[in-house]
Write a protein that binds this ligand. Sequence first.
Ligand code: BGC
Length: 339
Amino acid sequence: MKKNFGILPDGTQATLYTITGGGLTATVTDFGAHLVSLFVPDRNGNVDDVVLGYDDANGYLTGNGAYLGATVGRNANRVKGASFMLGDTRIRMSANEGENNLHSGPDGFHLRMWNLVRRGPHFITLNLVSPQGDQGFPGKADIYVTYSLEKDGVLRIRYDGICDRDTVMNMTNHSYFNLAGHHRGEAAMKQELILPGRFFNPDDAENIPTGELRSVDGTPMDFRQPKPIGRDIDCDYDPLHLQAGYDHNWEVFCSPCAILRDPGSGREMAVSTDCPGIQFYAGNFLNETGKGGISYGFREGIALETQFYPDSVHHSEWPQPFVKAGEHYHSETAYKFSW
Ligand code: BGC
C-alpha cells in the first residue's frame, strides 16, 4: 500500500509505504527513508504505534531536529572538531553543533529524497546516491536501506553501500520508541531496559567521548539487570549531569544488545546488531509536535541507535567506520517484538 505523504517546498511528492509481516505493520517514507510508524499488539491484542514521527514529509523538515525515525548517514553521531584524517587526507565536515559535527551535518540523509528500488508486502528497499564530496566525505557512494517485517515480530533494517573512494560508512536508524504507544503523553521512564554492555563511553561537556571506556560496574550506567530507565537517570553522577540524563554509547557485548520492556502493555523489544556500539539516548531534549498533533516532551521516547562508537574516526583503538573503495558495506539491526 502507498499514499501521498505531502509535497515538499521544491515541489517533490513524498510517498508513504506500508509493509506488514510477523504481526507488525510499519510505514516508511521515501523522504529521508524515515520509519514513520510501527504498529505492535499488546498482551490484550490492542495495537499501538510505538515510534515517534510526524504526520507528513514537511513535519520532518520543520521539526525541532530530533531525528525522529531518521536514517542517519554517512556517519552517525559526533565528530570532534568536524574534521579527521582519512589516510593522508584531512576531511572537513560542517560544524553543526558548536565546533563539532552531529549526524553528518545539516545536509543529512534524512533530509534527502530516496528512490524506491523494490518493495513487496513485507519489505521496502530505498536508494540514495551520495555524490563525491557529500558532507565532506570522499567518493560517490551508492547506498541502500531495506526495511523488512519478518516472522516472529521482527523488524530488520539493512544498510548496504559501495563507494568509489575510501570513505566512512556508519549508518543508523534514529527511531524513538515508546512501547506504551507514541501517543500516551507519558515519559518512558517506567519502561525497563537491559543493556548487557560492560563498558560505556563517558563524554565531555560537548558530548564527545573522552576516550575512556568505563566499566558500568557500580554506576547508574549498569543496565545488565533489567532496570526502569527512570530509576537512576537523575543520580548524582558526572556523565549523567553532563548529558542531562542517558545519552551515551555502550559496547555491544552480545546479542541481543538491548531489551526494552513496557510492563504496562506487556510489549518487549530485543535489539540485535552487527555494529560494535549502541547509543542509548533517553529523549532528554525532546520537544516535538508529532503525529496527530501529539506533543512529544521530555523523555517520552527512547532512542537505541546501533553504530560505531561516537567519534571513532579519532580513536584508532576502537572499531573503525572506514570502508575501502569498491568494498561492500553492509550492516543490519533486528528489532524483535513480543507481547
Ligand atoms: C545524540 C543526542 C542528540 C540526538 C538527536 C543522538 O544520537 O546522541 O545527543 O540529541 O541524537 O540529535
